[in-house]
Write a protein that binds this ligand. Structure first.
Ligand code: ZN
Ligand code: FE
Length: 256
């Protein structure tokens, strides 16, 4: 079994530590900063063996150099992003396999938020570390890709097993859910999820991970076939990718 430690850092980022007791290997996913990772490693008595990076944004890579200097860990990131991520030892592509002890993760390319974004899917463990591609009740902004690209990327993730646990890199659930409710005010799964999210946040608790089943039921970016979602962006009966582009655009304006 992989032990997963969730470290809330910066405003709303999560760093994940994955520890395999059998091999003693420990991986950090998207270490935005080094200090909290080093503190957790010493608290648990673990040694950092790998860093896994989903994309090049500073709030995902800021801790790499300090961690590498102190632990000599191996840094893994998208081959396509090696020129803009420091200290990468191994560049990976779609379908490459990354292992923490015996626990294997498949690399899935998910361009859209950035052109080189990748996610790590541990099929046997039922875990998905999806960076800024899929969020609880939301999805990443389009910084480098097109709506069509991010749509295709989300379709790949939507096809994973229902029980897959979704570990994204930000705590954005509350604002995502508020927006989702403007599109589907009558969606009971969404209403329930939001009540739970509000309660968690009131108590200072994380709302991540989610599951793919919950996301399929509540995340409007995976629900472009919902008549209510289509109606709220005036795209009734339109192709899914068009509905997706329209609600992504609405969400950008909802935030600002
Ligand atoms: Zn990002
Ligand atoms: Fe981010």
């Amino acid at each position: 079994m992989l032990t997963i430690i969730q470290l809330p850092v910066l405003n709303d980022n999560y760093i994940y530590l994955l520890h395999d007791g059998e091999s003693g290997q420990t991986a950090a996913i998207d270490p935005a900063v080094a200090a909290p990772v080093l503190a957790a490693l010493s608290q648990y008595g673990w040694q950092l063996s790998q860093i896994l990076i989903t994309h090049h944004h500073s709030d995902h890579i800021g801790g790499i150099t300090a961690l590498k200097a102190q632990t000599s860990c191996m840094v893994i990131a998208a081959a396509a992003d090696q020129h803009r991520i420091p200290d990468v030892d191994r560049g990976v592509m779609e379908n490459d396999v990354v292992a923490i002890g015996q626990h294997k993760a498949q690399v899935i390319a998910t361009p859209g938020h950035t052109s080189g974004h990748i996610v790590y899917y541990f099929a046997e463990d039922g875990l998905l570390f999806c960076g800024d591609t899929l969020f609880v009740m939301g999805c990443g902004r389009l910084f480098e890709g097109t709506a069509g690209q991010l749509w295709a990327s989300l379709q790949k993730l939507k096809g994973l097993p229902s029980e897959t646990r979704i570990y994204c890199s930000h705590e954005y659930s509350q604002s995502n859910g508020r927006f989702a409710l403007t599109l589907e005010p009558d969606n009971q799964a969404l209403q329930e999820k939001m009540r739970w999210v509000d309660q968690c946040r009131t108590n200072g608790l994380p709302t991540v991970p989610s599951t793919l089943a919950e996301e399929r039921a509540s995340n409007p970016f995976l629900r472009t076939d919902s008549p209510s979602v289509q109606k709220s962006c005036a795209r009734e009966g339109k192709p899914a990718v068009e509905v997706f582009a329209a609600i992504r655009h609405l969400k950008d304006r909802f935030n600002s």
